[in-house]
Write a protein that binds this ligand. Structure first.
Ligand SMILES: [Zn+2]
Length: 229
């Protein structure tokens, strides 16, 4: 009883806010308000094997599937969510988004049968500054629902990428080539989920996927938090 009063009191002074719109959450709401949950721009890519993101990899690298949870648009709700996740010390947003998406993905073959989740490594300086890798937080949420591990000892960033702004896709590719390296895992991994945060050109994922294939991981399923065209 006292605990309930105390909780209400704390809520009154520090109400939990929606990660998307910033409005106070009401009883029964967690992380996101009901309106935002309804209005978020879900891609539904997992229902379409030939979705826009999957097509980006055609002719570049063979991946089994490629999906992202939300559409990212400038000034939209998802930009706000990603900002909170990356720059406002709120790793739990990533975990929650992962849980939400995994509840959709777990009914599909590629994700049901995946053996582990691997995340695109963050630049060490960014990791130090931020304290966590936002993609890994998302992966932890996915892992919880899919009941598979997140493996951090397979994919590594081996050198810094040059600034990628104002460069074409081909130039970007040149710049980040050989930035990632995969180490042979002890187990015999064959089917994995490869996770990134906001996917734009897919150039980083392409390199990561090739690195993973080079160590014998045959089936790669890409899952992003957001996709921007
Ligand atoms: Zn909201």
């Amino acid at each position: 009883m006292i605990a309930t009063y105390l909780k209400d009191f704390v809520q009154l002074i520090f109400p939990e806010l929606c990660h998307s719109c910033g409005n106070s959450l009401v009883d029964g709401e967690q992380h996101f308000c009901t309106t935002c949950l309804y209005e978020l721009p879900y891609t539904q890519f997992h229902l379409d094997a030939e979705n826009k993101l999957a097509k980006q990899f055609w002719g570049r690298v063979h991946v089994k599937s490629a999906v992202a949870f939300l559409y990212f648009t400038k000034g939209g709700k998802v930009q706000n969510i990603m900002h909170q996740l990356k720059y406002n010390k709120q790793p739990q947003i990533g975990v929650e988004l992962g849980r939400m998406y995994a509840k959709e993905l777990r009914n599909h073959d590629h994700y049901q049968k995946a053996e582990a989740i691997i995340t695109v490594p963050l630049h060490p300086e960014k990791l130090k500054k931020r304290g966590y890798n936002q993609s890994e937080q998302f992966a932890l949420g996915l892992a919880e629902v899919l009941e598979i591990p997140v493996l951090n000892d397979i994919l590594f960033r081996v050198k810094s990428a040059e600034s990628q702004t104002s460069k074409s896709r081909d130039q970007r590719f040149d710049n980040i080539e050989a930035v990632f390296e995969a180490k042979t895992p002890n187990s015999t991994l064959k089917k994995v989920i490869l996770v990134d945060d906001t996917i734009t050109t897919g150039a980083t994922l392409e390199i990561c996927a090739i690195a993973l294939q080079n160590i014998g991981i045959a089936e790669i399923n890409i899952v992003g938090i957001a996709f921007t065209e």
